[in-house]
Design a binder for this molecule. Sequence first.
Ligand SMILES: [Zn+2]
Length: 177
Amino acid sequence: MSVQTQIQPPLLLQNAVVVFSKNYLPLARINIRRAVVLLVSGQAESLEFSSNRQWEIRSPSLVLQVPEHIRLIGSNPERHWKIPPVSRREVLRRDNHACQYCGSGKRLTLDHVIPRSKGGQHTWNNVVAACESCNSQKGDRLPQEIGMIPRNKPKAPVHPAIAFSDRFWKTQTLETD
Ligand SMILES: [Zn+2]
């Protein structure tokens, strides 16, 4: 089931092991050296998938199988993450520093998609990055009134681990296709 390969020193530097949270959310890729520390110190356990590779690490006192996927046992890193406040910095980051109407990266401001004067809230679902020019062109009007619809439907940023998780599962699908 598992193919054992002799470990080569340069491989230690590669991010070959995927670490999962206690809740089976893939968090990040780490190198084997770090994975060994987590396994030996009891902070992580091997996570068995059907066709995993394993690396065999040998020292005079220890033979350790390092799987491709490990799972943290103790802490729960995703619990400590909160959705950031709707600030200029966070909104620009979410929108990749691009005006959500014309794509410009210059003179960016925050625009309330539904204007505040019409009951729009200062929330992740209603605030987008907009350049000064688009913002003043849109003014106090509703998106449909002036035909200015944000390119991406605004929503709250996701936990970094969830973003990693999405990318991870996409690559998994590609590999098994
Ligand atoms: Zn613009």
